[in-house]
Ligand binder design. Structure first.
Ligand SMILES: C[S@@+](CC[C@H](N)C(=O)[O-])C[C@H]1O[C@@H](n2cnc3c(N)ncnc32)[C@H](O)[C@@H]1O
Length: 264
């Protein structure tokens, strides 16, 4: 089947590149030939795009800063706010022995920062996310990085790792939207992303509060770096201050208060 590239949308062109395993310049702007299997795959993907299914899930991988990461429907598609934050952290985060990335999803945060720590642990409650993290650890040859399935800090292996290290740093982009936002899932353009990656109780802070409580039962991290909803970052800062941390709030690319840093 012949397809004229100039007649395709940007997203469709990306699909063709993926299906033919060719770069944009190799494809050019002329006609391409798809065999029947490739054509069926293209039509199937086109139908999904028409239902607002995310291109990133169809392609199966993204670039985050300078690295390639696999992803699928079990994990959130990393946001540009997170990418901007992690780029900033690459220059400003205090280096240390152990970095624990709680709610790791595809592992973009922990893996992008792994050069600054002796050991990195990617933690997620979702088995699907852990499988993706393992793939991304391999893809990025992240030898000092491991993935552990755990509900926050419940896992024994994780607790031991933390309690037996000299110093450790916590980074987390946990779900932070209030449950009431679920009814706007379609309008918010997150219909295809997993609820477990998005919502966290009435005020969006359930998991954050549970995490701070669990931390009080562990050896405390020296530094905490969190991504939160601009609507609840002040409340989270008060909770972290009460837990004994000096806190500061940082803005995202749109000038919104989204990041919280805690130092003991
Ligand atoms: C907002 S996503 C962030 C994913 C990734 N860190 C990123 O920035 O793209 C939140 C992640 O937290 C995970 N999560 C939800 N509840 C959790 C829990 N109780 N313990 C650990 N991880 C959890 C979800 O599975 C999801 O992967």
């Amino acid at each position: 089947m012949q397809i004229n590239i100039v007649e395709l949308t940007f997203q469709e062109r990306k699909l063709i590149q993926k299906i033919l395993n060719m770069t944009e310049s190799e494809i050019g702007l002329g006609e391409v030939l798809l065999n029947s299997k490739q054509y069926k795959q293209f039509i199937k993907s086109q139908k999904k795009l028409a239902q607002d299914y995310p291109l990133d899930y169809l392609l199966g991988d993204i670039r985050f800063l300078d690295k390639k990461f696999y992803l699928d429907e079990t994990v959130l598609i990393p946001r540009e706010e997170t990418e901007y934050w992690v780029k900033n952290l690459q220059e400003t985060i205090e280096k240390g022995d152990l970095l624990v990335d709680i709610g790791a999803g595809s592992g973009v945060i922990g893996i992008s920062l792994n050069g600054l720590f002796k050991q990195v642990c990617l933690v997620d409650v979702s088995k699907g996310a852990i499988n993706i993290c393992d793939k991304n650890i391999m893809e990025n040859d992240a030898k000092n990085t491991q993935a552990i399935q755990s509900d926050l800090f419940e896992n024994k292996e994780l607790k031991n790792l933390i309690n037996n290290t000299d110093n450790w740093t916590l980074v987390a982009n946990l779900p932070y939207l209030p449950e009431s936002e679920k009814k706007y899932k379609y309008d918010n353009n997150v219909s295809w992303e997993p609820d477990i990656a998005l919502y966290s109780g009435i005020d969006g802070l359930d998991l954050f509060k549970k995490m701070i409580y669990q931390l009080s039962q562990l050896k405390l991290p020296d530094y905490i770096y969190l991504e939160l909803d601009p609507g609840n970052v002040d409340q989270a800062a008060d909770i972290l201050t009460n837990a004994g941390y000096e806190t500061s709030i940082r803005i995202d690319i749109y000038g919104k208060n989204r990041f919280l840093v805690g130092q003991r």
